[in-house]
Write a protein that binds this ligand. Structure first.
Ligand SMILES: Cc1ncc(COP(=O)(O)O)c(C=O)c1O
Length: 488
């Protein structure tokens, strides 16, 4: 029956797997026909010099999966009905080199055209948005995590509350009052798996196909792609020195359903939205029944004066979804963020959160809540603010002194990255690739744009770049950029 089949005794594939695979192959290609009797376990074991137990366990597995049937006292038979004349496609597995043509949905096509990159693995210097992970107090955090595992194990090892633990929502509400001038009720907060899930939830709940979204151009890539994937008509709105250009947006597409802004620190240009523009934005949203997403991703890091209150703090008409994340203030692997949801929509959002991923980890939620209540969170932010300010200053000075012919850095009072305009028309995607070759990970301004800008630039993260390495890295950067061909 198993003509030509030999057990490979030195193979890393266990013997029972080899036999199992051989029998399946014979069943699928029709060599073993429906109703045909398999040799007894004793016969096959003798023929192949195997233990009977091995053969028996392979037969049992084939029976469990429906390939064979065991008849008491009679033996094991190939299942009736396994007629591969009827199911010819299952006979031979398709080779990897020749995959079937797949018809994908419109949504899948939109997903495939996303420019959002997966930022995983080794971190090269100047990658934007990365905190100083080596400065995070891992041992202290571990203690909070293990306490959450041990002390409340029975509760925390199960699913969490869909909207997040009451304790964490209360800690966040207090933090928002102290740091962002907001009066958030813990019951209005929904804990998410990072800000990105918040954007997905908001788009999922609020948007119908064809709805207009005003989106900053340049703007946060992954948020914009989510709106597009949900079928929205995303209008790219330019940024001027006061923030989103509302007059332009109102002229092009006056009735948005949703408006996405980063008022504290525009991503990626670094502009802070003026008070007048904030009021005009809230006013437009109120008069047109539009919702606003305030993405407050890195507002903890402000280097001059006190952090400005959130846009949400001015929102008397409750049109703003305030989105916060712990990816920048703590570390991205924590996968915790939140939305302050306008009243009347909290239950809908809790249900949507349940459908799109149930809850966050109750263990992480409890650890974070206690970390915040004990003042560790604020202490960490204060420490990082000092470090990031110094790194920002060093990077700015080095760019001014060592790269005046290729880059023009833009001073910034906040955040974890800095924009440097490329001089003499060098294309930012070309510059980005040249820097990658030199071991430096900037992001080209073009990837943040739905509509191209007239200037090209690089976004450089300074928060994770050690002070003593910045001068040498900047010199390397200048060398790599100087040899690039410039357009006529
Ligand atoms: C503008 C902006 N918003 C939000 C996020 C945070 O995403 P998450 O909280 O899902 O890590 C990022 C991350 O890079 C970002 O750049």
């Amino acid at each position: 029956m198993l003509h030509g089949f030999d057990i490979e005794r030195g193979s890393s594939v266990p013997i029972y797997r080899q036999l199992d695979a051989a029998l399946r192959r014979l069943i699928l290609d029709g060599t073993l026909e429906p109703g045909q009797k398999l040799p007894s376990t004793r016969e096959l074991a003798l023929e192949l010099c195997l233990s009977r137990i091995t053969v028996k366990s392979v037969y049992e597995q084939l029976v469990a999966e429906g390939y064979a049937q065991a008849r008491t006292g009679a033996g094991t038979f190939i299942s009736e009905g396994l007629d591969f004349e009827t199911f010819p496609k299952f006979r031979r597995p398709r080779s990897k080199a020749n995959p079937p043509a797949i018809e994908i949905s419109d949504r899948a096509m939109a997903i495939m055209s996303s420019k959002a990159s997966v930022r995983h693995g080794k971190i090269a210097p100047f990658r934007p948005g990365v905190p100083a992970l080596d400065k995070f107090p891992v041992n202290i955090w571990n203690k909070y995590l293990s306490d959450a595992m041990v002390c409340d194990a029975r509760r925390n090892l199960s699913y969490g509350q869909v909207n997040g633990s009451t304790a964490l929502r209360t800690s966040i509400a207090k933090h928002l009052t102290d740091a962002r001038g907001m009066q958030a009720d813990p019951d209005q907060i929904i804990i998410t798996s990072g800000a990105q899930q918040a954007f997905v939830l908001i788009a999922f709940v609020l948007l119908n196909k064809g709805d207009t979204v005003w989106y900053e151009n340049p703007g946060h890539i992954a948020g914009r792609d989510v709106m597009q994937i949900m079928g929205a008509n995303v209008t790219p709105v330019p940024i001027d020195s006061e923030g989103m250009d509302l007059a332009y947006a109102a002229k092009v597409n006056p009735k948005p359903t949703l408006i996405f802004v980063t008022p504290s620190h525009q991503q990626p240009l670094g502009t802070t939205m003026s008070l007048v523009r904030r009021l005009a934005l809230l006013n437009h949203a109120h008069q047109n029944d539009a919702w606003i997403i305030e993405d407050d991703y890195d507002s903890e890091f402000r280097y001059r004066g006190r952090p400005l209150p959130a846009l949400s703090a001015l929102d008397s008409e409750r049109r703003v979804f305030y989105v916060g994340t712990f990816s920048k203030s703590m570390f991205a692997a924590i996968r915790l963020g939140y939305i302050v949801v306008p009243p009347g929509l909290v239950e809908t959002f809790a249900k949507a959160r349940n459908l799109l991923g149930q809850s966050s980890s109750a263990v992480a939620e409890q650890a974070l809540s206690r970390f915040m209540d004990d003042g560790r969170f604020v202490e960490h932010i204060r420490k990082m603010r000092r470090i990031y300010r110094e790194r920002r200053d060093i990077l700015f000075d080095c760019l001014i002194n060592d790269c005046p012919d290729v880059l023009e850095p833009q001073a910034t009072d906040a955040g974890m990255h800095m924009l440097a305009w490329l001089k003499n028309g060098v294309d930012d995607q070309v510059a980005h690739h040249a820097l990658l070759e030199a071991g430096i990970e900037s992001l080209p301004l073009a990837v943040y744009c739905q509509k191209p800008l007239s200037r090209s630039g690089l976004v450089l993260g300074f928060s994770a770049a050690p002070e003593n390495r910045i001068p040498k890295l900047v010199r390397r950067m200048a060398e790599a950029l100087r040899v690039l061909p410039r357009p006529e």
